[in-house]
Design a protein around this ligand. Structure first.
Ligand code: DAH
Length: 340
């Protein structure tokens, strides 16, 4: 028996000395539990001859104390190691934080606003849920004008006079009915049209409208404003061209083309070989519109223009599919990190 006691003692001493990471609980079970090695010796102790009891009993007790001390010491070492591992390393470089990017439409909207701000235009906003008067009636749309059609306009509920605005021109009349000239405003906003969603059309998109009403505002003012805008937006080499057009709320009306900013006007697939790309509609505010808003058309004249922000963004960044603007795929958005 004394040999067994000494062997266990040696085993425990070797464990304590080795410094290896150990499963302390497994050791406790192996040596100290009811079915452990030391309990087994205690059982054997009962059969030991009386004259040996004193010596072996003492050795056995010492072994038990030694085992308990050793295992407690190992447990303390293991716990200290774990606590140390939990302390964060304050010298480590921080994990990079993924920063978002500004949406390309926001970037371009801000650029447009910035250019007009330098000409003295201030921002005006209006509601997206509008009434027929502000979107159509006041803007000289005839009662049977196709733009009022269900095909184009989203109506709210069954009321024909509550609808989602189809253009930001409605903000013109909101401002003209509440402010006196001179008026010089720029109105960015979202508009809605009942179109099937495809690479080239969406049921919502964004426009910027500009309106200038004062005494003696002429077509020459409009042209010069457009030229300034085009060159600030697309570069100083840009040329503009105005083509006669029709809008109910302007007379005369025009559409503006800019020299193709991809081929410089030589003709490419983007401008379909013409050297020009269309970017906006404009004209002199129709006297009927001024009068509908309570502005004396004999005293005041004005010009207005409206453009699609998606269109301008496509020209600047060649985004081929309109749907990318609303899908918010971060791989697409990340391409605009460097854009300002
Ligand atoms: N509202 C027109 C549209 O949605 C754009 C437009 C054209 C606005 C001519 C204007 C303008 O102010 O003068 O297509």
């Amino acid at each position: 028996m004394i040999d067994k006691i000494n062997a266990l003692r040696a085993e425990l001493a070797a464990l304590a000395a080795s410094g290896d990471a150990v499963d302390v609980e497994a050791l406790r079970i192996k040596y100290l539990s009811k079915k452990g090695a030391i309990s087994a010796l205690m059982n054997d102790f009962r059969t030991v001859p009386a004259e040996q009891k004193r010596e072996l009993g003492q050795a056995l007790n010492e072994l038990k104390t030694f085992a308990t001390d050793t295992i407690n010491a190992l447990r303390e070492t293991a716990e200290a190691g774990r606590a140390k591992a939990d302390v964060p390393d304050l010298t480590r470089t921080a994990a990079p934080v993924a920063l978002g990017t500004r949406h390309p439409l926001s970037l371009v909207r801000e650029q447009i606003i910035d250019i007009f701000r330098r000409l003295g235009f201030t921002i005006a906003e209006g509601p997206e849920i509008e009434d027929d008067w502000h979107v159509f009636e006041s803007l000289n749309f005839a009662a049977d004008h196709p733009a009022r059609d269900m095909q184009d306009t989203f109506f709210i509920g069954r009321r024909p006079d509550v609808l989602l605005r189809t253009h930001t021109s409605s903000v013109q009349t909101r401002v003209m009915t509440s402010q006196k000239p001179p008026i010089r405003i720029i109105c960015p906003g979202r508009v809605y049209r009942n179109e099937a969603i495809s690479a080239r059309a969406h049921c919502f998109f964004h426009q910027v409208e500009a309106l200038y009403v004062d005494k003696n505002v002429t077509f020459a003012d409009l042209r010069q404003t457009l030229l300034y805008f085009a060159r600030e937006m697309f570069g100083p080499q840009t040329e503009i061209r105005l083509r006669p057009s029709y809008f109910p709320f302007t007379e005369p009306s025009a559409e503006m083309d800019i020299s193709c900013n991809l081929c410089g006007g030589k003709g490419c697939s983007f401008c379909k070989g013409t050297g020009w790309v269309e970017i906006l509609g404009c004209g002199m505010v129709d006297p009927n519109v001024l009068e509908a808003c309570g502005i004396d058309s004999k005293e005041y004249t004005g010009f207005a223009l409206g453009m699609g922000i998606e269109r301008i963004t496509n020209l600047k960044y060649q985004v081929k599919d309109l749907r990318m603007f609303s899908e918010n795929d971060v791989r697409f958005l990340d391409e605009f990190v460097a854009a300002k």
